[in-house]
Design a protein around this ligand. Structure first.
Ligand SMILES: [Mg+2]
Length: 269
């Protein structure tokens, strides 16, 4: 028993010695010799997301934007962090700017008629106005959509402008398009929506179309198609349409060009 203590002491000593020699041989720069006494930890980097999750969630987001996903109710749980990072980082802004830039290129290329009947349709939520402050408090799409809570937010009337869309909006107006705002918001939110739009910098439009009681319960794609059809009956030529949902853009009486803004937080059929 008396001899066991020195042996375990020696073992510990040699173990420490081997660590020190490893630290010297493992360095990748001369300065590392001077500062690193112990070997680098085995886990060099720590991020919340593995590369595989980042790739998979990136693929999920692109599939959503390309309208390849089936209807979905919430962001997949494993992609919650990814979506938050995208929405709050540069990714979302850069993508919005790209859509705005391409739309403005198209605006430049169009020759308008002289009858004032060339129209550009804009959706409102996540197209002109950002509800990011609301979604930041509700998991960036991880929570199931709650109409009542969302309406409370809408009624505050403080949604900020999506700046790249404001740039396009002003461009479209200056070029002589008639701007028509077509939104799934309810008619009872007309006045707060008007105030919010004006405060955010959207100063004028030709029509603001909201859901009336007759439209409640209709799928967005049908409601918006019907309204576009009415515009055409009124003699409008729908040359451009901007929306963050495919249901803003697809259906019937579709626009000559449609511009899909990014939105990985929710899906409206
Ligand atoms: Mg929208």
């Amino acid at each position: 028993m008396a001899i066991l203590v020195p042996i375990s002491f020696l073992l510990r000593f040699f173990f420490l010695l081997s660590l020190l020699s490893f630290s010297v041989s493992d360095s990748d720069s001369p300065s590392a010799h001077q500062h690193r006494v112990f070997p680098r930890p085995l886990i060099v980097e720590y991020t919340d997301m593995t590369e595989e999750v980042r790739e998979q969630c990136g693929a999920w987001r692109v599939a959503g934007e390309a309208n390849n996903l089936g209807p979905w109710r919430t962001v997949p749980e494993e992609c919650a962090e990814y979506v938050k990072e995208y929405m709050t980082g540069r990714g979302y802004v850069v993508d919005l700017e790209m859509v705005s830039k391409e739309a403005r290129e198209y605006v430049k290329s169009v020759e308008l008629g002289s009858d004032g009947k060339d129209a550009w349709i804009f959706d409102i939520d996540e197209t002109l106005l950002s509800n990011l402050p609301y979604y930041a408090a509700h998991g960036y799409g991880l929570e199931v959509f709650d109409h009542e809570k969302f309406n409370d937010w809408v009624e505050k009337g403080v949604a900020p402008a999506i700046e790249p869309s404001l740039k396009l909006y002003e461009n479209v107006l200056n070029m002589g398009f008639k701007v028509i705002l077509l939104t799934g918001r309810s008619e009872r939110h007309r006045s707060v929506t008007v105030d919010n739009l004006i405060n955010a910098g959207f100063k004028e439009w030709d029509q603001l179309i909201l859901r009336t009681s007759d439209d409640q319960g209709k799928r967005a794609v049908l409601f918006k198609s019907e309204k576009r059809s009415e515009m055409e009956s009124d003699g409008y030529r729908i040359l451009g349409n901007s929306g963050d949902q495919w249901s803003d853009l697809l259906g019937s009486s579709v626009s000559v060009r449609s511009f899909k803004l990014p939105n990985p937080m929710y899906y409206i059929p």
